[in-house]
Design a protein around this ligand. Structure first.
Ligand code: GLN
Length: 274
């Protein structure tokens, strides 16, 4: 464990002790308490081999969450795979914004477009016991992960899954249309950190030359699926607010809210029928 810590630190890893511990716990199937109570506990040769393999992947730049196959989001653990985006804490801004439109007792109908690992739909169902959600994705593999996460958090009975682009194969109307779509311009991809560029699926990151393609597509088709008093709430990239408000305005929507993330960037936009 100490050797692993040192190897990670030498690579400039900012959290070598934490990373080494999480990888060892996973490799040996041990909890944090066990490791603390008995730090000198010998590990089986298979576990040691697994730990070495995990360590090498981490040293090669793979994020810990990818190696563990799990990421915590809004206080819950979600399974992730190479088919899904590794959820970002920024997306918790979208959860907070959306919950403000979901009274606890209401049977809200929501749709999560491009659900990936299902963090948005599953979290909202877990937070609001009467809500129902449709989650869509063009990736069947991602959808299987979302379904798994819905089961894991006990909300499967209130969830539906549709494979396809945006609203394909779904029936509305929906009170809340939600998405954290890809929003990176194609040319920027190569400048992203290797942890992102090499491990998140490109289709979950990139949306055309200017990064706005997904918003154009969603704005174009969302109208008929949105209930009369419904809201569209989308996550956006830094500096995209004005352009995206313009896109939605020209498709018959009116701006209905802006929400900032912890770094004070506008991270989510809300829209209603104009
Ligand atoms: N909705 C998922 C998330 O927020 C996936 C988003 C995506 O792949 N762009 O993590």
């Amino acid at each position: 464990m100490d050797a692993a810590k040192n190897a990670l630190a030498a690579k400039g890893n900012p959290t070598p002790a934490l990373d080494a511990r999480l990888l060892l716990q996973q490799a040996a199937g041990l909890g944090h308490e066990t490791l603390i109570a008995d730090p000198q506990r010998p590990v089986a040769p298979e576990a040691a081999a697994r730990f070495r393999e995990f360590l090498e992947r981490r040293l090669a730049g793979e994020p810990v969450a990818r190696i563990l196959g799990e990421r915590e989001f809004y206080g819950r653990a979600f399974r992730i795979t190479p088919a899904t985006l590794d959820p970002r804490p920024d997306t918790e801004t979208l959860i907070e914004a959306t919950l403000s439109f979901m009274p606890r007792e209401d049977a809200c109908r929501i749709i999560d477009l491009g659900t990936g690992s299902g963090i948005i739909g599953v979290t909202l169902l877990a937070e609001r016991p009467e809500a129902r959600a449709v989650m869509t994705d063009i990736s069947a593999d991602a959808l299987a992960v979302a379904q798994d996460n819905a089961r894991r958090h006990g909300v499967l009975a209130r969830a539906r899954f549709a494979e396809g682009s945006w609203f394909a194969g779904t029936e509305g109307p929906f009170d809340l249309v939600l998405s954290n779509p890809p929003y990176i311009p194609q040319a920027i991809l190569q400048t992203l950190a290797p942890e992102v560029r090499n491990f998140d699926p490109e289709s979950a990151l990139v949306a055309g030359a200017d990064g706005l393609q997904a918003y154009r597509e969603i704005a174009k088709v969302a109208g008929p699926h949105l209930a009369p008093d419904g809201r569209v709430i989308v996550e956006i990239g830094e500096g995209q607010a004005l352009d995206i408000e313009h896109i939605f305005k020209t498709s018959g929507f009116a701006p209905a809210g802006r929400w900032q993330d912890l770094a004070r960037h506008v991270r989510c936009l809300g829209f209603s029928h104009a």
